[in-house]
Design a protein around this ligand. Structure first.
Ligand code: AMP
Ligand code: ZN
Length: 478
């Protein structure tokens, strides 16, 4: 198809909106920093992948074939983004007295299930860090002579050897320096490990031989190596959460410049999603009790309600998570599902209006740096436009589903009744109990009617009298 409205995307490198021109229109190449699989993803992490999925859906819908790579970090990520602390994977394995490989497999599978629940499309390729150790060593060997120095603790990158180090972090300079813990002997606080030698007597499950001693790669190395291997250099777009703008991505850029022996940053666009925050503070995986998607589902919330919540904010805005915001998103999703259901029930009604303008407005919204909140408003207007025949509204809905991934054409309102993990009811009985209750009310036996309501409540079923959305019951949110 044609590319429609011109696509503009915010480039963190220039801190401005830029017109997107692919390097090769037949193959737009995108790399997204993936999860560190030492624990479940929290819902903040998942916001990063709703964002990349939106980007990939918009590119695809606008007619650009894409190659999308997401990595799985199963080695090297320390408890601090700089070079201090413990390896997150090793620490998790020790804590659970299990093999690191089992930890990685378990949390990788859980992450992929999260993406599936959120209707996030699989990337063209998952690339796993530990499958690329030899390539990382070769990369290190190539850049070491001009850009690195060796200490007892490993091989370090000297950031003064590349032009404009930290340009991406920009105004955040002071903050960044403040966050870096120093390693004995580093030439500059921002210098970072390419290879971390195992300390004498250190007992690591994952370690490899290298020219700089037995040990493991530094965390930043994997993304430079795997993006170059699978996407070449330069490729089109590199994504990650906004925290990566300060350390991880500047370090990737430095490595890329060293590798190509040029000023090129490796990717034309560096794009960052803002954080999901809670009033209580930053969401973090390392603090024991955190919010996972599965916990929301167990509480009776359909996962697409969380996706809708993410889409209701622009990806560059901070988004505050609260029970109320999530409940509002669930209600909005129910309304959408009900409206679509009604259109499906009477698609034959005739009207003269055209849905074409809605497609154009969708295009304009998402081509404006992925403005999904605006696209959702256009969707509401489309579904409610009585001048457009229901069948035509449903046809246009397919475009919104392609871009927003809410699966509204396939979602039934019954699907939105997610059974909470603690619920104690059998769906089949509920209709019978509700019929019984209607009979009691008709006979003005209100004591009986209230008793049935209370019995259902004890089983986790909330009776909904006069619900504006027309639900007669819903599971009580845990
Ligand atoms: P990690 O598994 O910690 O390496 O993080 C996976 C992705 O989630 C990275 O792109 C992070 O930048 C991103 N991220 C981490 N915390 C949040 C948050 N609270 N909101 C949005 N994205 C986040
Ligand atoms: Zn990365």
């Amino acid at each position: 198809m044609s590319h429609g409205a011109p696509l503009t995307l915010y480039n963190s490198l220039s801190r401005s909106l830029e017109r997107f021109e692919p390097i090769d229109p037949a193959n737009v190449r995108v790399y997204s920093c993936g999860p560190t699989v030492y624990n479940y993803a929290h819902i903040g992490n998942l916001r990063a992948y709703v964002f990349t999925d939106t980007l990939s859906r918009v590119l695809t819908w606008k007619g650009y074939p894409i190659t999308h790579v997401i990595n799985i970090t199963d080695v090297g990520h320390l408890t601090s983004d700089a070079d201090a602390g413990d390896d997150k994977m090793e620490a998790a394995a020790r804590k659970n007295s299990t093999s690191i490989w089992d930890i990685a497999a378990h949390y990788t599978a859980a992450f992929k299930q999260n993406l599936k629940d959120l209707n996030i499309r699989e990337p063209s390729r998952w690339s796993v860090a530990t499958d690329h150790i030899q390539e990382m060593i070769a990369f290190g060997e190539k850049i070491a002579p001009k850009h690195c120095y060796q200490l007892d603790s490993g091989l370090y990158f000297d950031v003064s050897t590349v032009p404009d180090y930290g340009r991406l972090a920009g105004a955040q300079e002071d903050v960044r320096e403040g966050r870096i813990d120093t390693v004995e002997g580093k030439r500059h606080p921002q210098d970072f490990a390419i290879w971390r030698a195992s300390a004498p007597g250190e007992n690591r499950q994952m370690e490899w031989d290298s020219p700089w001693g037995r040990g493991a790669p530094g965390w930043h190395l994997e993304c430079s190596v795997m993006s170059e291997k699978y996407l070449g250099s330069p490729f089109d777009i590199h994504t990650g959460g906004i925290d990566h703008r300060e350390i991880h991505h500047p370090n990737e850029i430095a490595q890329n410049q060293a590798y190509c022996d040029c000023d090129d940053t490796g990717a034309r666009w560096w794009m960052h999603n803002n954080f999901l925050v809670e009033r209580a503070g930053k969401m973090s995986k390392s603090s024991g009790d955190f919010r996972t998607l599965q916990k929301l589902i167990d509480a009776g919330v359909h996962p697409l309600a969380y996706r809708l919540m993410c889409l209701s904010a622009h990806y560059r805005s901070e988004l505050e998570f609260s029970e109320e915001n999530l409940a509002a998103a669930l209600t909005r999703l129910k309304r959408l599902a009900i409206t679509v259901g009604q259109l499906r029930d009477r698609p034959e009604a005739l009207s003269a209006g055209s849905a074409l303008a809605y497609r154009e407005r969708l295009d304009e919204a998402v081509s404006d740096d992925l403005n999904t909140p605006k696209a959702l408003v256009v969707l509401d207007e489309l579904l409610g436009d009585k001048k457009v025949a229901p069948a035509d509204r449903l046809t246009a809905l397919a475009d919104f589903d392609a871009v927003l991934g809410l699966d509204l054409a396939g979602l039934r309102r019954e699907d939105l009744r997610v059974r909470p993990a603690t619920a104690d009811f059998a769906e089949a009985d509920i209709a019978a109990r509700l019929a019984e209750r209607r009979d009691a009310r008709a006979a003005k036996d209100f004591a009986r009617s209230d008793a049935i309501r209370d019995e259902l409540a004890a089983q986790g079923v909330e009776v909904m009298d006069g619900d504006p959305l027309g639900w007669d019951w819903r599971p009580t949110l845990a």
